[in-house]
Design a protein around this ligand. Structure first.
Ligand code: ADP
Length: 174
């Protein structure tokens, strides 16, 4: 993906370690913690994150809410909820796209310049990795023009296999 105004990068890392304005959490609708990246973020951010999340009243699938980064190097955490994969017939693609788009818009509303996404829904929620990566890349490309503050988007994969999927798609999406 090549956009002269935005820097889009694909890395393999633990998202909790990144020095960016905002990281995105693949949360569940309760926003009260879970496994996978959600658990890692709560562990690294500390108990004050759970305290702040308790006041948010949960988050519907496809929506996004924001908290402080607490003990993370990131200033903000954008909590979004991707869809559980049920085979593709339950609006999973639209809901996954909404999770990416609403996260970006909320970040832009807070003047975020750099943001990192995990591979939302592709862990416990079972979304096929290639289909999810296509939606992630296309939705970010299509939503960034509405988000003037955002200069850098990082796709923070947790495995080299996921990063290869994104790299392969970027070359033909560009
Ligand atoms: P979901 O419930 O949305 O599927 P998961 O947390 O189970 O969320 O998985 C989403 C993605 O996050 C998976 O690709 C998983 O490998 C990845 N992941 C897990 N821990 C981390 C972490 N610390 N940093 C970045 N990505 C992570």
């Amino acid at each position: 993906m090549n956009n002269t105004h935005h820097n889009i990068t694909i890395i393999v890392a633990d998202i909790t370690t990144l020095h960016v304005d905002a990281i995105v959490n693949a949360a569940n609708e309760t926003l009260l913690g879970g496994g996978g990246v959600d658990g890692a973020i709560h562990r690294a951010a500390g108990p004050e994150l759970l305290e702040e999340c308790r006041g948010l009243g949960g988050c519907a699938t496809g929506e996004a809410k924001i908290t402080a980064g607490c003990r993370l190097p990131a200033r903000y955490i954008i909590h979004t909820v991707g869809p559980v994969w049920h085979g593709g017939g339950r609006h999973e693609a639209a809901r996954l796209a909404a999770a990416y788009a609403n996260s970006l818009r909320l970040a832009a509303a807070h003047h975020v310049r750099s943001i990192a996404f995990p591979c939302i829904s592709t862990g416990i929620y079972g979304y096929p990795a290639k289909e999810a990566a296509t939606i992630a890349l296309n939705t970010v490309r299509d939503t960034l023009p509405q988000c003037p503050s955002i200069e850098t988007v990082i796709f923070c994969c947790f495995s080299e296999e996921d990063a290869e999927i994104y790299r392969g798609m970027c070359s033909w999406t560009a």
